[in-house]
Design a protein around this ligand. Structure first.
Ligand code: PMP
Length: 404
């Protein structure tokens, strides 16, 4: 059903060597490789279609606009949004989160109001709130986690007060791999009359995310982590919220009419899309989504779950291994340290064996503080990885460990 050899042929970079060794790419949580179909689609658009979108009457502009708007429809269907008005193209997760934080705070939050985030957030779901805290005096409340790296649901419920205005939490932790119980968390937030923003950077590449089923109010994700190009991402928002939020940036594309006395704004989604969008990248993203859908999101998830379970089992064979993140629901990421070996040393020596992993705090320093460490080594899996690659990783870790 899932022909891994055929899949790997779609990604020529996987056949290259580094330091004379076959490349083993296990840094997929940072960014994924791109299949040929995505590269071909983008090259074809630049070669034969390129023109700025929306404003042109000429043939090429209309064709480019059609591709761009077809991409929006592909994204809409991918996350099961009700309407393309709810799909805003951004530069990535970071920009999507910043957009909501800034615009939501402007309209709905005042000094003393509270946002709930979790201990395992990426900096992009912490720092934008802190910027607002400095500007407006809003407060962050933090959901604690247990030793396995799971959210403490009882503590979550206790954080709500009459000042809570929004909850913003990662669907999947980029460090621990924990899949958070977001459907239940969203239900609880709504019981308190509070909207919920989901950081989907590490979920949308791995399994189906249905915004209507989850009932989230906002969802942010990045194209480059799901086999699409860099520089494009998505903000989904319920129309009712987006309609009431002010624009994030001003400029072309987002206005209805402008005079020095008064400016009126375009309807959704354009109100939030100032300036020329990366329309070639949106077409690339749509091509990546179709590639994943052709393989089947359930097949991708099953393959990656098999890899994660296999990696967890094999890594535990290694002496002095500490794995961070042992949640019941876990996805595609294994963070670890071995004995006293510094994460940077482990990463650098694995690199010499052709194995690409990430080291450091993974943009989650508050989580590192909670874990009492400076950083980890992180291996993260994608639809093209194999159990043989994990075997090579395990042998590599053992080799490095012996050297110390
Ligand atoms: N949130 C999470 C959970 C992430 O893993 C990342 C990327 N590491 C981001 C947000 C930010 O994504 P981007 O850099 O693509 O904007």
């Amino acid at each position: 059903m899932y022909d891994i050899n055929k899949v790997r042929q779609d990604f020529p970079i996987l056949s290259r060597e580094v330091y004379g060794k076959p490349l083993i790419y296990l840094d997929n949580a940072a960014t994924t490789q791109k299949p040929l179909c995505v590269l071909d689609a983008m090259r074809e658009e630049y070669l034969n279609v390129n023109a700025n979108v929306h404003r042109g009457v000429h043939y090429l502009s209309q064709q480019a606009t059609d591709l761009h708007e077809a991409a929006r429809e592909t994204v809409r269907a991918f996350i099961n949004a009700k309407s393309t008005s709810e799909v805003i193209f951004t530069r990535g997760t970071t920009e999507a989160l910043n957009l909501v934080v800034s615009s939501f705070c402007d309209e709905f939050m005042k000094e003393g109001d509270e946002v709930i985030v979790s201990t395992m957030e990426h900096h992009s779901n912490i720092v934008p709130w802190q910027l607002q805290a400095a500007k407006k005096g809003i407060c962050l409340k933090v959901i604690p986690i247990n030793e396995k790296g799971e959210i403490l649901m009882d503590e979550y419920e206790k954080l709500f007060t009459e000042k809570t205005k929004i909850v913003s939490v990662a669907h999947v932790s980029n460090v621990l791999g924990t899949i958070n119980p977001v459907k239940e968390m969203i239900r609880i937030a709504h019981e308190h009359g509070v909207p919920f923003m989901l950081d989907g950077a590490q979920s949308t590449p791995h399994f189906s995310v249905d915004v209507q089923d989850l009932d989230c109010d906002f969802l942010a994700f990045s194209g480059h982590k799901m086999y699409g190009p860099t520089g494009v991402g998505v903000l989904y928002g319920k129309e009712d919220w987006l309609d009431r939020m002010p624009p994030y940036q001003g400029g072309g594309e987002m206005i209805d009419s402008v005079s020095f006395e008064k400016t009126t704004f375009e309807k959704l989604p354009f109100k939030f899309e100032a300036g020329t969008p990366d329309y070639v990248a949106t077409h690339g993203l749509a091509t990546a989504i179709k590639y994943m859908q052709d393989l089947g999101m359930d097949n991708i998830h099953a393959h990656e779950k098999m890899l994660t379970d296999y990696a967890m089992k094999r890594m535990k064979e290694i002496e002095d291994m500490r794995i961070f993140g042992e949640a019941e629901e876990k996805d595609a990421v294994v963070s670890f340290l071995v004995g006293n070996i510094h994460h940077l040393d482990m990463g650098t020596l694995l690199d010499r064996l052709g194995i690409a992993v990430r080291t450091g705090h993974h943009c989650a320093q508050p989580l590192m503080i909670r874990l009492g460490i400076q950083g980890t080594v992180r291996a993260s899996f994608a639809l093209y990885n194999t159990t043989e690659e994990i075997d090579t990783l395990v042998e590599g870790i053992k080799r490095v460990s012996k050297m110390f």
